[in-house]
Design a protein. Sequence first.
Length: 360
Amino acid sequence: MADAYADKTVLLLPFNADTKLGIGVVSRGLTGHFYALRGNAALTSAQAKYGGNSCYFDGSGDSLLGSYSPAHACGTSNFTLETWFMPLSIPAAGTGSANMQMIYCDRANDSNRAFFAYCNWNGITNAPGFWFNIITAGVAIDFTYVITLTLGRWYHVAVTRNGSNFFFYLDGVKLATKSSTVSWADYGAAPRLGCWSDDYSFWLYAYLDDFRLTNGVDRYGNGAEFTVPDALEYTPVSVNAALLPAYLKPGSWTPYQTGIARRFEDIKGRRDIYFSGAGDGQIVGTVKEKATPDNLPLSRKVLLLYDADFRVVQSTWSDNAGNYAFRRLDRTKKFTAVAVDHTNNYRAVIADNLTPEAMP
């Protein structure tokens, strides 16, 4: 049965083999973005709720790094954030990295963020439980539910919004409600699964399956109990892995931290990718196929190079309308954008000597 809300599903990660693309997975939601598997995060058949695979996070250095998209910002609209979740440890009490396991994180800084975690955070949950948090323009919601889960068991967890009401569900049963006018704003950040936005804390030790974010719809009816969903429907990724460019091939990157910046270095030293993320500039553009009468938009990988040394500083995918954006750039620097075609039907398209404009 077709999903009635497919046109509002902005992020859909079934974690099946037919969504794998080189070193990561491709969201089958509207944005079609690439999520890089980092550390030892991996698709595995050891556990699966549906489809024969799930994504495993070992609690130390594993995460998925997505691409920025304004579609992930739900504003004050209804939304549904959900996943199948199998915990492998119960967080201990405290306020450190070991006391929170991040499921989903969309964060620019502590004044502009949205996240969902399983934790035991002193002053918030004060016991093992779930914490959903949004902070925007001084307005915040701390939405929690305390529960000690059984390890090695699948749970369907969901947070929904309907108007000003937020609901938390476990296996289709409403367990908590809270009201807030907070807006899940566009933070200009790349989303993570499995870790905090600093890329070195709040590691998840669990399996995830069928992760989905629906923007604009409370799928489960304003607090009503529901039957948990069956396997999610999606279109498989159809790419010959042998033809992938080098930057997408398995074994390409492993993360480590260098001061303020985040850096990803090939295990064999072949390639570096450096994210500065400290500026207030942006470069936006489109990827299109030349056609008559109008050019056709394409969803393709786009790399941003720093002109001084041609180092790749950011990467993203254009959306289904062909649009892409690079943010948090130094406006005093020059950059080059390169769009590449994973289907190998087109040569790369280059736009050079680009100067970032001020972010809105």
